[in-house]
Design a protein around this ligand. Structure first.
Ligand code: NAD
Length: 270
């Protein structure tokens, strides 16, 4: 049985990049907890439609909305539509993200800009619209003790440097202080902002790290707990952080990484 069933009843969530991987699992977990969910996606609608159907099967409402989170006008239109359809937004999960890897001296300005635009600017644009709505509506005590919740999907790479991925690591390092600064700014308004920092999770983004036994084994020295994480493990934490059980948690990064942050190179001495 899902541990948070009913906890988010009456709440409206918007999950970016919700048609695959972690975003999909988060959307389903929020729905299991009782929230209605906007399934944001980019590209073809097939996968988003599947997530919408799965949410409806659970018993919550869902709508797919196509929008590129790096584009201001598209983000504004998405929130306008979400509020028209659902009346408000109580929970934003800033999940959409990309990688475009290259050695630093071979990285193009296009690779740099696209990753910063989606992973960092996209989180700012969505957080700004969400906070505008949270401030407009204020606390509705029958729904939640908080006026709104934002969960940023960051990464262990907000703290761990990553050679060959300077654009990605810089974007996630930026998300850390974006999240903390917004949390500080809006705490008095009863708006909570936190990050989930996944380690290695089994999603399309890092398929090369788990698709065969050799790659999987090569990953294990980085993970003291000796297994990859599953998207549902991020979903369950998102449902908890969005709930009033987490009401005293704001401005923090929660790592879900099997111990990747524990300097595994020191496992057998140093
Ligand atoms: P994924 O590729 O399955 O999901 C990313 C989603 O974002 C996709 O659905 C994609 O279509 C969407 N997206 C990309 N650009 C977009 C845009 N401009 N506008 C709207 N949507 C867009 O990979 P994932 O692993 O599920 O990644 C989700 C988040 O988790 C990302 O922010 C990623 O950085 C983070 N993360 C993943 C891992 C991991 O191990 N998988 C680890 C740490 C952090």
């Amino acid at each position: 049985m899902f541990p948070f069933r009913g906890l988010l009843g009456g709440q409206k969530a918007l999950v970016t990049g919700a048609s695959s991987g972690i975003g999909r699992a988060v959307a389903l977990a929020l729905a299991e907890a009782g929230a209605d969910v906007v399934v944001n996606f980019i590209g073809s609608s097939e996968a988003a439609d599947e997530v919408v159907s799965a949410i409806q099967t659970i018993g919550s409402k869902a709508i797919p909305i196509l929008a590129d989170v790096s584009q201001e006008a598209q983000v504004q239109t998405m929130f306008k539509r979400a509020i028209e359809e659902f009346g408000t937004v109580d929970i934003l999960v800033n999940n959409a993200g990309i990688q475009s890897n290259a050695p630093v001296d071979g990285m193009t300005i296009g690779q740099w800009n696209s990753v910063i635009a989606t992973n960092l600017t996209g989180q700012f644009l969505c957080a700004r619209e969400a906070i505008r709505e949270f401030k407009r509506r204020g606390v509705v005590s029958t729904v939640s003790v908080s006026a709104g919740k934002i969960i940023c999907i960051s990464s262990v790479h907000e703290a761990i440097p990553w050679a060959g991925h300077v654009n990605y690591a810089a974007s996630k390092g930026g998300v850390m202080l974006l999240m903390k600064s917004i949390a500080q700014e809006v705490a008095a308004l009863k708006i909570r902002v936190n990050s989930i920092c996944p380690g290695a999770i089994r999603t399309p983004m890092n398929e090369s790290a788990w698709e065969n036994r050799e790659a999987y084994n090569a990953l294990m020295p980085l993970i003291p707990y000796k297994r990859i994480g599953e998207p549902e493990e991020i979903g369950r934490l998102a449902a908890f952080l969005a709930s009033d059980y987490a009401d005293y948690i704001t401005g923090t990064s929660v790592y879900v990484d099997g111990g990747m942050m524990l300097y595994p190179g020191f496992e057998s001495g140093g």
